[in-house]
Design a protein around this ligand. Sequence first.
Ligand SMILES: [Fe+2]
Length: 385
Amino acid sequence: MLDRMQLGEVARKHHIQLRGADGELRFEECFTRDGFDGPYTIMYHLRRPHVHRVSVARHGWAAPVAAPERALAKRHYKTPALSHENGPQIDARVPLLFNDDVIAGVAFPTVDDPVYIADGDADQLIYIHRGGGTLRSLLGDVGFAQGDYVFVPRGLLHRFLLEPGTSQYWCWFSMTGGVHLPKQWRNDVGQLRMDAPYSHRDFKRPDLAGPRDENIRELVVRRSGTWHGFTMDASPLDVVGWDGTVYPWAFPILAFQPRVSSVHLPPTWHGTFAGKGALVCSFVPRPVDFHPEAIPCPYPHSNTHCDEIIFYAEGQFTSRKGVGPGSISHHPMGVPHGPHPGSYEKSIGTKYADELAVMVDVFQPLAVTAAALNVEDAGYQDSFL
Ligand SMILES: [Fe+2]
C-alpha cells in the first residue's frame, strides 16, 4: 500500500453523515484488509454497495491444474509460442506456474472486460510487456502503458479497458499473500525512504471522475479459485469520494532506480514488491560492478529456500543464452543454478547490463500447467552442460 490519498467528497470524520447537494445520504463502505487491523480505504456511494442478486458467472479464467510430477530440472517456457486465447483478460489469462501463494501466467487480451470483477482470493500484479489501457475501478481510473506494473487490490471491483489498436501481452501474478512494498524501503512512518529505489511520485494513481454508468450490471467474484456471478440493479460505479491507502496503481518498471556496487549485489537490492511467500525483483538496464577484478555476471547460487522464475522482457540477459522476450525460466530450489557456459568468464570487463526482466522468488515449490509444457524448450536443462 502507498500513502493515504483523498479524492472527491468525504465526510469530515469517519462514520458520520455525508449528504449530497440534494440532501441525500451517501453510503459509506469500509474497504479493509487483514480483518480490521490492516490498511483500509473508506468510500462513499450514492447507493447501498451491498445489493447483489446471485447469478451465474459467465466469465473467469480457469484455475491452474498441475501437470503430472516430473524430473527436477531447470526449465524454460517460450510464452510467445502459446496459442493466443482471444477475449477479455478475465477469460484470456493462461496460468503457467503456481503454488499456494502465487499463480504466474501470461495473457494476450483482445477486448475490454465485459463485466465487473472482484478477486476475492488475491491481489493482482500485472506486468504490461506489450500494450496499455485503463484499469477502471470503484476508486477511479488508472492509466497504464507498456512496461508498467499494474496493481489491483484483492476484492476491489474493477475491469480492464484496452487501448484501441494496441496488441496486449501481459505477464501476471495472482498473489494470495498480497502485494506490498518491501519494508526496507520504508521509514518508521511508512513513507518511502529517500534511499529507496523509487519514490511516491513514481506511482500512477487513480483519477476519480465521479459516478458513471457503463450499463454493465454483471459482477464476477473469485473465491477459493472458483468464479461466482452476481447481477446488480444499478451501476456499481457510484462512488463520490474516498480516502485511504488501499487503491490500485501502476508503476513503470523503468522508474525503478537500480543499485550498482563494486561487486555483484544479490537480487534483494532489486526487490520491488513483496508478499507472503514471494519477492518480485526488477532487473533494469544499468552499469555493472566496477571493482577492477569484478565478475559482473551473477554467481552460481543455491537459493535453498526459493524457486525462481524470470520473465525476460527486453535486451540481453548477461547470464543466459537462448532466452528472448517472453521467455520464462524456472529454476527450482534443491539444486544450484547459474550462468550458461562461458557467460561468467565473458562478463569480465563489461560495463553495462542491457537487460529488462521481472524475477519472482517464491518460497514454496511451483507446479507447472499443461499450457506451459506445450511451449517448453526441451533442451534447456542440457544447455548448461
Ligand atoms: Fe537465481
